[in-house]
Design a protein around this ligand. Structure first.
Ligand code: UDX
Length: 464
């Protein structure tokens, strides 16, 4: 490496600590791989139950520079369900987590493997206090979209009052005007989800003390918000997209060899894609947590069937019983699997578009691979992400919701598919998607905005 500071013998050691969600550990694992590639040693950690139940796909091996550890969340035997509710879980985790993190740092130090920096999931702000206690670098890592973080930040400042009214127009610096229907779901479900919103707002409780604020977003995608945020925190850096690098550039060669999932991938679906014509298959997936009721599943099922297009649909094992009884898992046009290697699927030339819930990772993956989107957001940040997909980046359309039933009807989905695959509008959206893919690939490649930010962060650790 050219940088002289990197010549020092000791390899800085980062602890990367993730909240126990697929949508969090995925990008934090990919970021860890980038750090290893740049010469750091990484210990990746999450909660005990979560880590013990992960599948490490493909080789069942981590590269030598990444080791896996866990801390207790007070629910070591059953994870979130053990606590009874997510709200109760957060309370337990907040109580038990900090001491367990201290224990882990002490254990690593005793083993002669001390930590120089904690990169903590922004959902776990107490990890920064632990970093300060040990005198090591504390870097907050935001897994969600920079614009969504901006909304929560303004709630913390008291500039967005909760609850919001239907007619309110939300005007935040560097962002398009938003209405209640564009806001993260916790603004609608405030009464039952108050503690979750508190947690999201709490991401900013001690952020001013963080040495770095890293965000899985891309400068080119959100220039205004990033410029605005950087004015508040000069150490704010966009380092995304944290997806397997081999799909962006060729920097990380062993990328394909491992990833973590809560579910076993059924990757025969990649073979199924092989003989399908270019741009002919609709990929459908709603991430790792979203549940739908039977009626919504039925509408999606018939919408897909009636489109008469090829489709590959991920229906998690826990959702399978909600499929209509007469709906085959494998038919002439369609294939249903319980999980797949999503990025590989999206990168396949047979894929025409992605029907998605707009979880942030799914959005970043589809943008990075130039695949247009049909958005069916369900909750959380997905709603705001869908707004950006349709109105800001113009890479997709949001499926209209039936006002009475609050679901997307099969006919509405079918119309979106037609629009996407058969109309001039669909072609325009595809062109936009390709343009964003080019910009994002550039940002992640040698000399690009995200790559430079990663190097700046790494160099700072080498010069400690
Ligand atoms: C959650 C929240 O829902 C989301 O809104 C938030 O931004 C992050 O945490 P999740 O719902 O699981 O995540 O969605 P998403 O962010 O899209 O993450 C899902 C991940 O699982 C993606 O990286 C996707 O590639 C992967 N995946 C999904 C697979 O590997 N295979 C599948 O079959 C489906």
């Amino acid at each position: 490496m050219e940088d002289k500071t990197r010549a020092r013998k000791v390899q800085p050691h980062c602890l990367v600590l993730s909240h126990p969600f697929q949508g969090h550990i995925n990008p934090m694992l990919q970021f860890s791989k980038l750090l290893v590639h740049e010469g750091l040693k990484v210990t990746l950690a999450s909660t005990r139950f979560y880590i013990n139940n992960l599948h490490i796909n493909i080789n069942n091996n981590l590269p030598p520079s990444i080791s896996l550890e866990s801390i207790s969340d007070g629910c070591d035997n059953g994870g979130i369900p053990e606590a009874g509710s997510y709200n109760a879980y957060l309370q337990r985790f907040w109580l038990v987590g900090p001491q367990s993190l201290v224990d882990l740092l002490e254990k690593l130090a005793k083993l002669g493997n001390p930590i120089d920096c904690i990169i903590y999931d922004s959902f776990l702000p107490w990890a920064l206090d632990v970093a300060k206690k040990f005198g090591v670098v504390g870097a907050s890592y935001f897994t969600q979209h920079v614009a969504v973080n901006n909304i929560y930040y303004h709630v913390q400042l008291g500039k967005v009052k909760v609850p919001l009214m239907e007619e309110d127009e939300i005007s935040l610096p560097s962002m398009p005007k938003l209405q209640l229907c564009d806001m993260p779901s916790f603004f609608f479900t405030f009464e039952e989800d108050g503690p979750v919103l508190d947690m999201l707002v709490g991401q900013f409780s001690n952020i001013d003390k963080a040495d770095w604020v890293l965000c899985n977003s891309i400068y080119e995608l959100d220039k205004e918000v990033v410029d605005w945020t950087t004015k508040i925190w000069p150490n704010f850096k966009t380092i995304g997209p944290n997806i397997p690098s081999k799909f962006l550039d060729k920097r990380v060669k062993d990328d394909e060899d491992y990833d973590f999932t809560q579910f076993k991938s059924e990757d025969y679906c990649i073979e199924w894609l092989q003989d399908k014509p270019k741009g002919s298959v609709i990929y459908v997936s709603f991430g790792s947590t979203v549940p739908f009721d039977e009626e919504q599943m039925r509408e999606i099922a018939y919408g897909l069937r009636n489109s008469n297009k090829y489709f590959l649909w991920v229906v998690r094992a826990s959702e399978e019983t909600k499929l209509p009884k007469d709906f085959e898992k494998k038919s002439e046009k369609g294939l249903i699997v319980t999980w797949c290697s999503q990025v590989k699927v999206l990168a396949h030339e047979a894929i025409a578009c992605f029907v998605t819930h707009c979880g942030w990772n799914s959005v970043l993956e589809t943008l990075s691979l130039g695949v247009p989107t049909i958005a069916i957001p369900k909750w959380s940040d997905q709603i705001t992400n869908a707004k950006y997909v349709e109105d800001v980046w113009k890479v997709g359309i949001r499926a209209p919701i039936d006002d009475e039933e609050k679901i997307v009807r099969g006919e509405a989905l079918n119309n979106c598919i037609k629009k996407m695959m058969e109309s001039e509008k669909g072609k325009e959206i595809k062109r936009n998607a390709i343009e964003w893919r080019t910009l994002i690939t550039r940002a992640a490649s040698e000399g690009g905005s995200s790559h430079k930010n990663v190097l700046e962060f790494v160099s700072s650790l080498f010069s400690l």
